[in-house]
Design a protein around this ligand. Structure first.
Ligand code: ADP
Ligand code: ZN
Ligand code: ZN
Length: 641
């Protein structure tokens, strides 16, 4: 017998597996997934066994020296998923395999914990919940790797469906993985799982300490935590007898890894051979398309629990506010509504897009942003160059003194943030208790949970913040939601800008009036006639989708093609650009660029971007760059900005 071994430490030229013979004495113990010691060149080193075979063609093959640890860390299924990850996302095999390996350090002793509860609440499931569940149960019972899109408006009882599906699974002794976009963004979901399943839940995410992560990993490996809850990294937990993967708010960007392998969780999950439930009120356009085509099984929850109405949405035209000399971030309508909400002792959630650092340029007279004539993407202002450029095709113009649309001189650079908003509200309502939640306020571990808890205990009147306030909150006293700058997401230089805008508005609007008190939503925009804003104001996914899918078809963007973004980095601008040009010429298919990347220079290196449309990543061969030049690949990029 022979073993295929991957070294535990690797470098670019060692990204492969090596064959070793297995001495007769070790034969019974050598299994896929264990760590062995092997001779390598003139030294000895360690590696993981990733394959076993009868024959090897390697001349003068060497033998495994000893077994370092008999613990089986992964099985053949993991090896094949890791291989796919490496091939598809152009990553080192070891990096892909590492996703599945335990956090560094000695395995802790896992105590046998007694699990509590399995008590479902008293209420009756709705007909739609029952129908969805019966369909999911069938796939679980038959262990059929079907993909479900659970499309339900906010507050329609999706989470309850996840809980019951998991409960069903547990009765069969199987395990489940439930993924959340960001821990802390959906604090209530975790509480509901823990209430229902007690010690059976294991929470895994990157905010845990190494020690906590290690304990969680080994508990799962010991077959004790049968319900893994967490962020994308929890997908790789060593669950025994996996029977279901749930991905909540599957459209979220945080499901795309920003490190090699740059995988998309929703695509990797489908390699595990079990049923997958993708749930959202605002599915990714690509996901909805696949469901429409019949590739995914669509399950619909069309109304809120108890037929509570979705809150009415008023779109405020901010150009009119300006015409009336209101230069505040709050329209008079939002200001008045805030006042009323505070007077009634109820709560408000205010959302403002945090990605203020890309300043887009908009005309205050006609409301148009400056766009690329070729790409339907906003032009990005670069203060250094005093120019506007397109991130897709490289088109660029000097900053015009007048609006090209209406010749007005009222061109304005936008980018107000949470802090500015907090100041304004403080001045307007000095009595109001405000909680701000954004990247700065949640830097400390766990502080986002603390903020949400404070708000849910009624210790604040206004929660204002970025994306983090848009989902997960299910609070009876929240009756007003304000979207302070709906345009922020709209003018991202990305073909998904309209989709993101629709998703953000719909999600945050869904926080209002979820219980007995009626809610209302105010959306402020300089472009109130944009289809994403109109559809979101009507809570109408279908209307949005129909328009969006036609645009994608016309402009040939996903789901009608796939994208690969290549970044070439080099210390020398000239060498980098020339290499990128050669690289682009060598690729068959639709190749856009090279152009200077959005971040044109980082850490002293010049960066160039090449965008491929319709090129199969599995067949793509790239040249090895000369020293001083780096290539990085993003297959199915989540954003192009
Ligand atoms: P979603 O995940 O779609 O936003 P949830 O599952 O959070 O919706 O449900 C919204 C609220 O309704 C929650 O407070 C939940 O406990 C409750 N709920 C869910 N299903 C039912 C039901 N069938 N009957 C009564 N209340 C329900
Ligand atoms: Zn204009
Ligand atoms: Zn362009």
């Amino acid at each position: 017998m022979f073993a295929e071994v991957v070294l535990t430490k690797t470098s670019s030229f060692l990204d492969k597996t090596y064959d070793y013979s297995i001495p007769a004495t070790l034969l019974p113990s050598v299994k896929i997934g264990i760590k062995v010691e092997i001779p390598f060149g003139k030294r000895t080193t360690q590696g993981y066994v990733v394959g076993l075979k009868e024959e090897s063609s390697v001349p003068g093959i060497k033998a495994i020296l000893r077994i370092v640890d008999e613990t089986v860390l992964f099985g053949p299924n993991v090896v094949s998923i890791a291989r796919w990850l490496a091939d598809y996302y152009h990553a080192f095999f070891l990096r892909a395999l590492n996703l599945f390996l335990p956090p560094k350090g000695k395995a802790p002793i896992t105590k046998n914990q007694i699990s509590s509860n399995y008590q479902p609440p008293k209420f009756q499931l709705t007909q739609e919940q029952t129908a969805a569940l019966n369909t999911i149960f069938r796939a679980i019972d038959e262990n059929r790797p079907e993909v479900f899109l659970l499309h339900g408006v906010t507050g329609s009882g999706k989470t309850e469906v996840y809980l019951r599906a998991v409960e069903h699974l547990l009765l069969q002794g199987k395990s489940a993985i439930t993924l959340e976009p960001e821990i802390g963004m959906t604090p209530q979901l975790i509480e509901r799982f823990q209430e229902r399943f007690g010690d059976n839940c294991v929470v895994l995410h990157s905010h845990l300490t190494l020690k906590e992560r290690r304990a969680a990993w080994w508990r799962v490996a010991a077959g004790q935590g049968k319900i893994v809850l967490g962020t994308r990294l929890a997908l790789f937990a060593p669950v025994k007898n996996l029977g279901l993967i749930v991905i909540d708010e599957e459209y979220e960007n945080s499901y795309k890894s920003d490190m090699s392998p740059r995988y998309n969780t929703r695509d990797v999950a489908q390699k595990f051979g079990v049923p997958v439930v993708l749930g959202s009120a605002t599915p990714a356009v690509e996901t909805y398309y696949l469901a429409d085509m019949g590739k995914y099984h669509k399950l619909v929850l069309s109304h809120r629990i108890d037929h509570r109405p979705l809150p009415p949405v008023t779109v405020v035209d901010m150009r009119r506010e300006l015409a009336q000399k209101n230069f505040s971030m709050l329209s008079s309508e939002l200001r008045d509504s805030l006042q009323e909400t505070l007077a009634r002792g109820e709560q408000a959630v205010l959302f403002i897009n945090k990605r203020g650092y890309y300043t887009f340029v908009m005309c205050r007279e006609c409301g148009k942003t400056l766009e690329c004539p070729h790409c339907a993407a906003s032009l990005i202002y670069s203060s250094q160059a005093a120019a506007l450029a397109c991130n897709y095709c490289g088109y660029s113009i000097k900053q015009p003194p007048l609006c090209p649309n209406c010749q007005s001189s009222l061109l304005k650079f936008f980018g107000g943030g949470t802090q500015k908003l907090e100041d304004e509200i403080n001045k307007l309502f000095p009595q109001a208790r405000i909680l701000r939640v954004d990247q700065d306020s949640v830097k400390q571990r766990g502080s986002h949970e603390a903020i949400f808890h404070k708000f849910s205990r009624g210790e604040a009147d206004i929660l204002l913040g970025t994306q983090m306030v848009t989902k997960g909150l299910d609070l009876p006293k929240v009756t007003l939601v304000g979207v302070v700058a709906a345009d922020g997401a709209l003018y991202q230089p990305d073909f998904r800008a309209a989709e993101r805008t629709f998703q953000l508005i719909t999600q945050v609007a869904g926080r209002a009036g979820r219980h007995h008190l009626p809610g209302k939503v105010i959306v402020q925009s300089y472009n109130p006639s944009h289809y994403a804003i109109i559809a979101a104001a009507k809570h109408d996914y279908q209307q949005f989708y129909q328009q969006e899918i036609e645009q994608r078809r016309e402009m040939i963007y996903p789901p009608f093609t796939n994208l690969i973004s290549i970044i070439v980095e080099a210390a020398s601008k000239k060498a980098g650009f020339e290499f990128a040009q050669d690289l682009a010429r060598g690729i068959q298919g639709t190749v856009l660029g090279p152009i200077p990347a959005t971040i044109a220079r980082a850490r002293g290196k010049w960066r160039f971007q090449i965008l491929l449309k319709g090129v199969d990543p599995l067949g793509l061969q790239l040249p090895v760059p000369p020293t001083g030049i780096n290539i990085s690949l993003d297959v199915d990029p989540a954003s192009l900005a």
